[in-house]
Structure formats: structure tokens, C-alpha cells
Write a protein that binds this ligand. Structure first.
Ligand code: TYD
Length: 205
């Protein structure tokens, strides 16, 4: 089973990922992330830091995804493991739709087409949502931020995420990221536990 955590920068999804490591340790999940599960992630980080070029950056994110699937996600799923990824393809659709605006025609369509036919679609995606102003207060000072971490960008990114959640209500679960961290972590951990139990029951039938 593949679970993904999504949300804008400052939405607390990385600390949620860390909390789930403790809360779900008995299920022995594979905890992973995008970008950065393989060495391709180092190149992505370099492209982000240098702001080299939006298309280079976008295609490196896709390359990182391909390597992540090949080296981590597919092998783990083949062993029947639970996989929990901090960011995944929806990050590409939500962020690169913004960063590629005016650079390629129909950025979201282009990004989705690049994934079609080989990606693995998550079973469930927890989307951490909060007012952008609150997310910004949780980030580093302005001068140390990545180029994504601007108010206008994050507002558009969050709106993109919310539209995906509306289009796929069966896959997305919206999480109120303003709730205390422990409450959020417990809610998500319980939901995952229930899904794993359901999955086991179905397999037995
Ligand atoms: P991440 O490692 O989650 O952020 P952090 O540095 O806070 O741990 O991701 C780095 C940035 O990359 C983040 O602003 C979101 C962006 N991103 C994309 O634009 N597209 C993608 O496909 C992914 C996975 C991330």
C-alpha cells in the first residue's frame, strides 16, 4: 500500500512524516521522500539552489521520481510493504503548474503526461492544508527561502492541491494542519492503520 503526504512548504508534513515513524513502527513501513530518495535528489537540490532553469528543474523532479519508483517504491510494494512518502507526484502537478506557467503550454497537462503509463498512483494521499500566512510563519527567514516559498507561489500551489482533492475525493484526505501536531499525527496514523487492516481483510476474502 502506498500512502503519500502532501502540502505546501510550512504545512508540517515533514514533521507528520517523522511522527508517523514512531506511531506506526509496529507496521514496519518504508518511509521515503521526494526529492531525495536516491542520488538524483542531490541534483534536484542543486538545480533548486542555483535556480538553473524551470524546465531543467521540472524534468529533474520527474527523473527523481523515476529513480525513486525503481529503487524504493516498486521493490517495497512487491514485498507487500507499506510505503509512506513525504511528497510524491502531486507535488509535481501542484508546484510545476506554477513554476512552468508561461514557459511551456499547459504545464499541468505536460507534467501529467510525463507520468502517464509508468507511475504508481498512491492508494491514499493526506493533504495538509492551512492558511498560507500561517505556513509562511513556520518557514525560515525570507533570505534563506527556496524560490518556491513565496506567498503568491504557495497560494497557487495550495489551490492546485485543493482542486485535485475535489477531483479525487476517494484518494485525498484533507488534514487541518492548524490542529496540534500530535492530533494531526494521531488522526493520520489511525486512518492508515484502518486502511492496512481493511486491506488485510480484503486479501483474506
Ligand atoms: P522538500 O524537500 O519537501 O522541502 P524541504 O526542503 O522543506 O524539506 O521539497 C523541496 C521543494 O521542492 C519544496 O518547495 C517543494 C518542491 N517540489 C516541487 O516543486 N516539485 C516536486 O515534484 C517535489 C517533490 C517538490
Amino acid at each position: 500500500m502506498l500512502i503519500t503526504l502532501e502540502g505546501i512548504d510550512g504545512s508540517g508534513k515533514s514533521s507528520l512524516h517523522a511522527a508517523l515513524k514512531e506511531l506506526l513502527s509496529d507496521l514496519d513501513p518504508v518511509f521515503t521522500r521526494e526529492p531525495g530518495a536516491t542520488w538524483v535528489g542531490d541534483q534536484v537540490r542543486r538545480a533548486i539552489a542555483e535556480q538553473i532553469d524551470p524546465i531543467t528543474e521540472a524534468t529533474l523532479f520527474v527523473a527523481d521520481h523515476a529513480a525513486h519508483l525503481a529503487k524504493v517504491v516498486r521493490p517495497a510494494l512487491a514485498e507487500g510493504r507499506l510505503v509512506i512518502s513525504d511528497r510524491y507526484s502531486d507535488s509535481r502537478f501542484a508546484y510545476q503548474s506554477v513554476t512552468l506557467q508561461g514557459i511551456v503550454p499547459n504545464p499541468e497537462g505536460w507534467m501529467r503526461a510525463m507520468h502517464n503509463g509508468w507511475t504508481v498512483i498512491p492508494d491514499k494521499t493526506f493533504l495538509c492544508v492551512l492558511p498560507v500566512d500561517d505556513a509562511l510563519t513556520r518557514l525560515k527567514p525570507d533570505s534563506q527561502r527556496e524560490h518556491f516559498e513565496k506567498r503568491e507561489t504557495l497560494e497557487k500551489v495550495q489551490n492546485n492541491y485543493l482542486s485535485y482533492a475535489r477531483n479525487e475525493p476517494g484518494r485525498f484526505v484533507i488534514v487541518d494542519a492548524m490542529l496540534p501536531r500530535e492530533t494531526v499525527a494521531r488522526f493520520v496514523a489511525d486512518a492508515i492503520r484502518m486502511m492496512v487492516a481493511e486491506g488485510k481483510k480484503k486479501r483474506k476474502r
